[in-house]
Write a protein that binds this ligand. Sequence first.
Ligand code: CUA
Length: 193
Amino acid sequence: MSAVLPPSSPGPHASEAVAFAAERRWSLIVAAVIALLVLMMVITGLHWASMPPSRVETVNVKTLHLQGEFVESNLGTALGADGRVTVRLIAQQYSFMPQCIVVPADMPVTFRGTATDAIHGFVVGTTNANTMLIPGFVATFTTTFRKPGEQLMPCHEYCGTGHEAMWARVQVVAPEEFLSRARSAERLSCVPR
Ligand code: CUA
């Protein structure tokens, strides 16, 4: 409208009207963005409430050390009768159990972990092995390590004053070496004894 008037003939209130129109247009856009965000929050909230994540596995923190899957003697890497490799670990302030984990390269490895005291988490080097560990819940994922070698596994959820000192190591070894070591022990780890 008046925005296209040549500069020589502006009406006394033309610029005011242009500014008002721009302000109103802008406020409508902002209102629409806010409405869209609120709508997204409502929809995702309702969706998650009606369809919880497909798999939630809980574990009793109070008896974790005493019985069941996460007793100390069962932690570490296990080679199942079906050939599946499972790593079981616990996170607590401020360490992982076991401190050094052995896994084979080029074989699917399933991690099963939980935490005893606070929310922890870990990532293995630059791989996609990455999860949170929440007290009362079992975190699990399956991944395959391609390259043999040693990786650092730091805690990546702030869990208290010792957080930055909380880490473990992961040794990825050749499948043949892993299988021969698995024959000699029920649960493998590379923690020095
Ligand atoms: Cu455990 Cu940060």
